[in-house]
Design a protein around this ligand. Structure first.
Ligand code: GLA
Length: 377
């Protein structure tokens, strides 16, 4: 993240150095995929890739924001959000959601930039939403309640951008804790530290692939899960179990059955993973991560050829106890848990094997858990 370059860009555009800086991280989910929309359990951590905004508050309600990476700029009045396409839709959506909540908004001049890969399953959109919320907080002076901000950022995604996503991404980008992943109950939004086993590191494996149409597939899976819940006689699948799903296999029919089997088993895996982490048991955690991938591939059907290849390569390396796709799926990133003493060899071997077998080159990011959205010193 080139902080100096963003500050220099601000000064050259607005004629003085920025008064403040804010940041919000991307995230990687260790286990608990496609469960948040069913009020289930997830285990993400915020990562050291983030979106930053440097800004100077204004006395009026105008926002002038430069998108440094896109070499673009937008201006609008925060009382009249309207744009629903492109990067500026996040800015307008955030202003809309904060106003819906009755928070008084002031404008600002700002420059935004980030190093969260876009469309890769690392929540670049939640990072930008939370960074902009934090920018409005700095400009407007309302109270910062991280969970409330996460809930509002989810509204931006659901009601402004139009993706029926759950709360996981916004919650971890707002509430992440340095040094630990978090087990989140997406029903009551409670958060429990889930410390990584000592001697193991989280590695993100970016397949270099990106896929459009993820949103429509995502919404379609969600509709199938809701249908399964209805057949099972529960409001959401959080209230079903793998056993109750198996008992209704016939009534559910093949696809809704497999979608529901994934969600209910994945919820159980998250709780088992949390228990394994309390014991510092990396092997059990890794086995659960591997099982999660198989379930996402075969039952929920949101993996893809590049993700499957990457996961297979990672799982075969010495020192890797578990690997799986992460995020919404189809393309983007996998996540692996790797012994520290095997890390260098792992990164080199995965890259060599993946690149030899693929048209696109992969990237390997070694990450550590970070705090949620905050103001820079
Ligand atoms: C996307 C959504 C999240 C979650 C994941 C899948 O990242 O934004 O709410 O559903 O997919 O676990």
């Amino acid at each position: 993240m080139n902080d100096q370059a963003i500050r220099a860009a601000f000064e050259s555009r607005f004629g003085a150095p920025p008064a403040r800086g804010v940041r919000a991280p991307g995230r990687v989910n260790l286990i608990g995929e496609h469960t948040d929309t069913s009020d289930g359990f997830v285990m993400p951590m915020a990562i050291d890739r983030e979106v930053r905004v440097v800004l100077t508050p204004r006395a009026d309600t105008t926002v002038r924001l430069v998108a440094f990476d896109l070499e673009d700029e937008t201006t609008f009045d925060v009382t009249q959000p309207s744009v629903k396409d492109g990067w500026a839709s996040y800015l307008h959506g955030v202003a809309w959601a904060l106003a819906e909540e009755g928070l008084p908004l002031r404008g600002f001049d700002g420059v935004v930039s980030g190093d969260v890969p876009r469309g890769a399953g690392l929540s670049s959109s939640a990072a930008i939403e939370l960074a902009l919320m934090r920018a409005f907080y700095e400009a407007s002076g309302f109270d910062w309640d991280a969970k409330r901000m996460a809930v509002l950022a989810r509204r931006v995604e659901n009601e402004w951008v139009g993706v029926a996503s759950g709360i996981m991404d916004q919650l971890i980008c707002a509430c992440g804790e340095e040094g630990t992943a978090l087990t989140i109950d997406c029903r009551d939004l409670s958060l429990e530290p889930a410390p990584l086993p000592a001697g193991y590191t989280v590695v993100i494996l970016d397949t270099g692939t990106r896929r459009g149409l993820v949103d429509s597939e995502y919404n379609q899976r969600k509709a199938q899960v809701d249908e399964a819940a209805q057949i099972l006689g529960v409001t959401v699948l959080r209230d079903a179990t793998p056993e109750s799903v198996d008992a209704q296999r016939e009534a559910l029919g093949d696809e809704p059955y497999r979608r529901a089997r994934h969600v209910t088993r994945e919820n159980r895996r998250v709780l088992e993973a949390a228990a394994a982490m309390r014991e510092g048991d990396a092997e059990t955690l890794g086995a659960l991560i591997n099982a999660s991938h198989a379930s996402l591939r075969d039952d929920y059907e949101v993996s893809g050829p590049a993700l499957d290849r990457m996961v297979e390569i990672a799982q075969a390396q010495p020192g890797c106890v578990g690997a799986r796709m992460t995020g919404a799926g189809f393309a983007g990133c996998a996540v692996a848990l790797v012994a520290d003493d095997a890390l260098d060899a792992f990164a080199g071997a995965v890259k060599e094997a993946y690149d030899a077998a693929s048209d696109v080159a992969c990237s390997v990011y070694v990450v550590s858990p970070q705090d949620g959205a905050s103001t820079l010193d």
